[in-house]
Each structure stands twice: as C-alpha cells, then as structure tokens.
Design a protein around this ligand. Structure first.
Ligand code: PHE
Length: 354
C-alpha cells in the first residue's frame, strides 16, 4: 500500500516552496564554515528527509495540469539554494585556506637557530697542523703507548741506568716492575724502527708525563710530537731543511730560524731549533729572555747505538729525529700565556678556537 498523498493545492504548495527558499538563503549566507553548509545542504536538499523532497511529495496530490507549473517553481527554488550553497562554499573555503595559510606561515627572514658545534681542542688542532705539514714531506703518523718501560724510554735511547742524563727527565713510575709513564715520545722511535724497515718517515704525537711542579710554564702532563726519518744518506742538512720549512708553514714565511748545539744521549750531534721571538721580533723582550729567540724543539742525528737497538744497521742507514712540545707551539700560535689552560677544560677558553 502506498502512503496517502497529502492534499494540497497549487497556491499553498508554491507558497511553501518560496517560504523554504526565503528561510534557506539567509541561513546559508550566515553559515560559518563548510561543516555547517554540509548540514544545511542535507537539511534542505537531502534526497531522503530533505525539506524540498518533503514538499515535492505534495506534487502527486495536485491535479495533472498543475503539476508542470509547480515543477517550474521547485526547479527555481532548488537552483537558488544550490547556487547559494556553492557561493557560500567558495567563500568559506577561501577564508579557511587564508586562515590556514596565515596560521602556518613561516617567516623565512627570521634568523636561523644555530646548531651548536663542537670545537677541536687547541692541542688536537695543533697536532693536526703539525702532522699535516710533515705529511707533505711523506711522514706517516704512528702512536706509541703512554705507559712505557725503563728499557724503551731510557736504555734503548742510550740512557743507561744511573746515567746522569736521566736528570733531564723527572720520571713518574708505575707500580709495576720496570714500567713508567713515558717522559717523552722518543721511545716511539724504537718501536717504529723495530716494526718498519727503512726508508722510515714517522711522526709520533702523544701525551707525556714528568714529575714536575706545575706553574704557568710547566705541566706534569703535556704533549709532544716526535719525528723520525731513517734512510740511506740522511743527513743534518735534510733535518735543517725540513725544520725550516716546518717553521715557515707553522709561524709564517718570514719567521727567522737557527740551529744551536744541544745535548741528548740518543742523538749525535744534537741541536736545539729556535725561531725568532714572535712576541718582540728582536732583543729586549721578557717573553724570550731578551735573546730574540725561542726554542721550539730538540733534534739531532739518531745515535748509532739507538739505530742498533731499533734493529737497523748504522753502517748502511742514518737517521734524524726531533721532538717538540705541542703546548709550546700552540701557545706561540695563539698567544696563550698559561700552559695550565690546556688541561682545565674551561669552555670559555676552548670555545675561542673555532
Ligand atoms: N725527547 C727529547 C725531549 O723530550 C726531544 C728530542 C727528540 C730530542 C728527538 C732529540 C731527538 O726533550
């Protein structure tokens, strides 16, 4: 059984349709957002239960000749409501987009937040620079142990037990027979010679230890870089040439240099290598003791006895070696006046080396 058709007349139905439109259009115009418009769409134009569909059910109850006329009104109303919905959707959609763009806007001119970057410790940086300069002469970097033995730290370097030259190195001993904290990187010479065959060009950076009262110029813990070259015909001129090149690369082309006689048990002859004082550039300066010169390393031709301990025939091969204090060089490079700054790990000091 079909539901009974409502009894209506043309005039009433037309009036109801126009009333629906009159009610719908201002509500659509006032809808705040797309969700509200979807709701109004369903309420007025929904196929099932929509207001317009409800009124259209009245058409069937009209006399046949009236039906087309009310159909024209229905179409009119539907079109008006539909275009009002379309216009409102375009409006609220554009507004929503504009609001979203405003909310999500990124100020590309704002200063960037910087990513905190670490810095190399000035000692590490200086070692890297030293190994880089000598790397260009073909030197390869090795590392020796910090805990050495009396044999490698002294005896094989031509420093017998009870020899007076031991006074040059105030030594810290380890509670283990024959073991000590290396007082210099020179035992690395022995280790490299025992492990490699000539030609040898080795650099040995590392931490050293001495029993020393600490002040602005002395530390009981410090770094050295050892250099060793062993080959046929290696001579003092080779050593001097490379050290002068090194000084120029490290401290500038115009840096003055000089060789002075020195003494080390493991080199013969031994020299001290000086550069012109960087503070005064001449005599009369407290930084260099008024001499105009600063010693940056000790060096010499490797003693034949040391070559022998390294397993190398001194009749056939010669070598030179040098050892420099890294702190000294870093202090000269950066104008640092207190050696203790390197081990204090004060960020205000360390962050200056970017
Ligand atoms: N080992 C020496 C020192 O500690 C430096 C040095 C190294 C001298 C190599 C000559 C040759 O003072």
């Amino acid at each position: 059984m079909e539901a009974p058709l409502p009894i209506v007349d043309l005039g009433t139905l037309t009036a109801q349709l126009r009333a629906l439109r009159a009610e719908a259009l201002p509500r659509i115009a006032a809808a705040p957002d797309l969700a509200a418009l979807d709701e109004l769409d369903l309420h007025y134009l929904g196929r099932k239960g929509g207001a317009l569909s409800g009124l259209m059910r009245g058409i069937g109850g009209l006399p046949v000749q009236d039906r087309p006329r009310v159909g024209v009104v229905v179409n009119d109303v539907r079109q008006d409501v539909e275009s009002a919905l379309a216009a409102a959707r375009a409006r609220t959609g554009a507004a929503a987009l504009a609001a979203r763009l405003a909310a999500e806007a990124v100020d590309v001119t704002a200063p960037a937040r910087s990513i905190p970057r670490g810095t190399l410790h000035p000692i590490v940086e200086t070692i890297e620079r030293i190994t880089q300069v000598f790397g260009q002469f073909g030197f390869v970097t090795y590392e020796g142990p910090e805990v050495e033995t009396d044999v490698t730290n002294f005896q094989m370097l031509n420093i017998p037990p009870d020899h007076p030259s031991r006074d040059l190195w105030d030594t810290m001993y380890v509670d283990l027979d024959g073991a000590l904290l290396r007082t210099h990187t020179s035992p690395g010479q022995i280790r490299v010679m025992q492990a490699e065959r000539p030609p040898i060009r080795a650099l040995l950076p590392g931490r050293c230890f001495r029993y020393e009262a600490t002040d602005a110029a002395h530390a009981s813990e410090f770094f050295q870089v050892e250099g060793l070259m062993v080959d046929e015909g290696t001579n003092l001129a080779d050593l001097k040439g490379q050290l002068v090149e090194f000084a120029h690369a490290m401290f500038g082309e115009g840096t003055a240099t000089r060789f002075r006689p020195g003494y080390y048990p493991f080199t013969e002859p031994s020299v001290a290598f000086d550069i012109g004082c960087l503070v005064c550039g001449g005599p009369g300066c407290p930084a260099c003791g008024r001499t105009g010169w600063m010693t940056i390393l000790g060096a010499g031709m490797v003693h034949p006895v040391v070559l022998q301990y390294g397993g190398i025939d001194p009749e056939r091969f010669q070598g030179f070696a040098f050892g420099m204090g890294v702190e000294r060089i870093a202090m000269l490079r950066h104008g640092i006046t207190d050696i203790r700054a390197f081990l204090e790990n004060d960020l205000r000091f360390l962050e200056q080396f970017r």
